[in-house]
Design a protein around this ligand. Structure first.
Ligand SMILES: [Zn+2]
Length: 206
């Protein structure tokens, strides 16, 4: 796992260099005498503030004093093609003092862990025949077979694809996430709900 904290503080050229390994799961290092290829299989997780000061969009009377062009410059460090390769975006609101003291009402981690383990088992069992043991590793030409989209899911995929002018690569990414959502729910086929949720996680509702 590669975790980039404050991802918008990285030079754009460094972030762009991640595009090839993210897509091909290998990295080519070219020097004068030779080019060497190394395996680079990793999950990218990145955290970012909404603006340089970090207060943009806060509910309790915005304390952000960043000039508009500074915000645009900051957010554009993460280019369109780079965003295209990020499957899930989650906004995390700042917790007030009260929320911190009242404890968590979320379900226990052990329960979630059980659900994840069951989903992984389902993936590896299904993938054994084609030699792919994780949804993230499914190739474009394997996805439709493995997803078994129902008609509603097909409609949602087409509608969102047209609305957001998605590349084939982006649609494949949505299908991999949709397949995983269905696996977590223990469903054989990827339904409309899973496809819509996968788009919403990218911030692109159908
Ligand atoms: Zn700010």
């Amino acid at each position: 796992m590669l975790f980039l904290d404050e991802v918008c503080e990285f030079p754009r050229s460094h972030l762009e260099a991640l595009r090839q390994p993210l897509e091909e799961r290998r990295v080519a290092v070219a020097r004068v005498r030779a080019t060497v290829v190394f395996p680079a299989e990793f999950v990218l997780i990145a955290a970012a503030n909404p603006c340089p000061c970090g207060h943009l969009g806060e509910r309790s009377g915005s304390a952000c004093r960043c000039p508009e062009d500074a915000i645009t410059r900051y957010q554009s460090r993460l280019s369109g093609p780079m965003r295209d390769r990020i499957d899930m975006v989650v906004e995390v609101p700042r917790l007030g003092g009260e929320a911190l003291l009242s404890g968590s009402s979320e379900e226990p981690t052990a329960l979630v862990r059980g659900r994840v383990a069951a989903a992984q088992a389902r993936q590896s069992e299904r993938g054994a025949a084609i030699g792919v043991t994780a949804n993230a590793l499914l190739r474009g030409d394997q996805l439709l077979d493995v997803c078994q989209l129902d008609p509603g899911a097909r409609d949602a995929l087409t509608a969102a694809g047209e609305r957001w002018h998605l590349s084939a690569r982006a649609c494949h990414r949505v299908l991999r996430v949709g397949r995983t959502i269905a696996d977590l729910a223990g469903e054989e086929r990827v339904g409309r709900g899973a496809v819509i949720e996968a788009f919403q996680l990218r911030g692109q509702a159908p």
